[in-house]
Design a protein around this ligand. Structure first.
Ligand code: C5P
Length: 219
C-alpha cells in the first residue's frame, strides 16, 4: 500500500510522513533526501552540474542508502549535512534535470516495491506513484513554513535572517512549481490539508483520520 504526501518547502511533510508511517507501521521514504544527497556529492567532488557527461559519471558511482531515516552516501552517513543551507541552495539544477529525475524515479519505485510505505516529495502523487492508494497535499502559510525552517536552522547552529529564509523558501516553491519536469502540483485526487496553526500531533491526527476513513479495514 502506498500513501503519498506532496507539498511545498517546509510544509511539515517529513515530520508528518514519519509520524504517520510509525503509527501505521509502514516504511517511510523522504525523496527530497535523495536529491539532497546527490547535490552534496556534486558539491563535495566539485562536479560541474551543468556538464551532462560529468553527471553521467556521477550516476555510475553514486550509492544512496536510506535506512531508519538515516541517509547514507557512498557508505558515509550524511543525514545532517544534506540539510545544510548550501545544499538547499544548490539542489535546483539537479531537481530540474530529466536524467537525474529518471534515475531517482527508479530508486523511488524500487524502494516502494512490494511494501507498505508513506512517500513524500513534490511529484509523488502526480508522476512517481499516480496509482497510490491515498494521496495528500500538505501545505501551510509561507510565513509559518519559513518560521519552521528558521527555527530548524537556528537549532542546527546555522542561523539565518528570517527575511532571507522566507525569500529563499518562496523562490524554491516558485522554481518547484514552474519547472518543466515533474513540477509541484496538487494531484487531482489528493486530499488537501492546510496545517497552518497546527501542531505536528494535530497534523498527524488529521492525516490518520483520513487514512482510517479512506482505507478503513485495509490498514
Ligand atoms: O523536500 P526537500 O526540501 O528536502 O527537497 C529538496 C529539493 O529537492 C526540493 O527543493 C525540490 O526541488 C527537490 N525535490 C524534487 N522532487 C521530490 C523531492 C524533492 O524535485 N520528489
Amino acid at each position: 500500500m502506498i500513501i503519498t504526501i506532496d507539498g511545498p518547502v517546509a510544509s511539515g511533510k517529513s515530520t508528518a510522513a514519519r509520524n504517520l508511517a510509525r503509527l501505521l507501521c509502514f516504511h517511510h521514504l523522504d525523496t527530497g533526501a535523495i536529491f539532497r544527497a546527490m547535490t552534496l556529492m556534486a558539491i563535495d567532488e566539485g562536479i560541474d552540474i551543468t556538464d551532462e557527461d560529468a553527471l553521467i559519471d556521477m550516476l555510475k558511482r553514486v550509492r544512496i542508502g536510506l535506512e531508519d531515516d538515516r541517509v547514507m552516501l557512498c557508505g558515509r552517513d550524511v543525514t545532517e549535512r544534506i540539510r545544510l543551507p548550501e545544499v538547499s541552495a544548490a539542489v535546483r539544477p539537479l531537481a530540474e534535470n530529466p536524467m537525474i529525475r529518471s534515475f531517482v524515479l527508479d530508486i523511488e519505485r524500487s524502494v516502494a516495491k512490494d511494501t507498505d510505505i508513506v512517500v513524500e516529495g513534490r511529484d509523488m502523487g502526480t508522476v512517481v506513484f499516480p496509482d497510490a492508494d491515498l494521496k495528500f497535499y500538505l501545505t501551510s502559510s509561507a510565513e509559518e513554513r519559513a518560521q519552521r525552517r528558521w527555527e530548524e536552522l537556528r537549532q542546527r547552529g546555522t542561523p539565518q535572517e528570517f527575511e532571507t529564509v522566507l525569500a529563499e523558501l518562496v523562490e524554491r516553491d516558485r522554481a518547484d512549481m514552474t519547472r518543466d519536469v515533474a513540477p509541484l502540483q496538487v494531484p487531482a485526487d489528493a486530499v488537501l490539508v492546510d496545517s497552518t496553526g497546527w501542531s505536528p500531533q494535530q497534523t498527524l491526527e488529521k492525516l490518520h483520520s483520513v487514512v482510517l476513513e479512506r482505507l478503513g479495514g485495509r490498514v
